[in-house]
Ligand binder design. Sequence first.
Ligand code: CDP
Length: 222
Amino acid sequence: MKTNISIAIDGPSASGKSTVAKLIASELGFLYVDTGAMYRAFTYACLIKGIDPKDKEKSCDLIGKINIAFNDENKITLDGVDVSKEIRTPEVADNVSYIASYTPVRKDLIRAQREIAKGRNVVMDGRDIGSYVLPDSQVKIYQIADAEERAIRRHKENLEKGLHSTYEEVLENVKKRDYIDSHREFSPLVEAEGSIRIDTTHMTIDEVKNAIINIIKEKGLI
Ligand code: CDP
């Protein structure tokens, strides 16, 4: 098998990228890299240290003072502690797009993301993977769905995890993050040049996964 293959899956909030990316990575034996988890972990770090994520200066001051990484089980860690559950709360979701709009934070996490991908076969999902983090990715997917459908999916996930939020709150959060993510100055959410757009509004997870696997096959990468 070829090495150094990267599959970039970008798109707006709760469009099902991570579910599909995980399945593809596991089917192909590639490493799955959840870049959103890194921005969420940074946000969680601010919150537990009493820093308001809207305070750019204080938030950026944490760069270099905290360690965000994936452990051997590919779980996101903050200073060595698995925080994979803590980063999924509505409070983190409400604040993460502020943190992700700070250029110094992005530069720091993007450097780490490129380091992880170096010399490996990866499926990386996020907002700016095909456009900025790994612009040489052999396959770039832009995965979208209607905001209402995305809110239904995320609300269902939250309920399954025992997290309290209403459908209306989730819809508002999804729309707010889409706006902030696509309007920030540095590496915003954009449809990368050369990417293939998949509208998943009326597709099952399996259909999306198979569509992407077929694209990878057609390119002769597997
Ligand atoms: O899974 P969901 O769509 O809710 O979001 P996520 O992938 O966990 O990302 C959380 C947030 O991190 C996004 O709303 C963005 O603000 C930010 N993010 C980003 O700016 N760039 C990335 N490559 C990944 C996430």
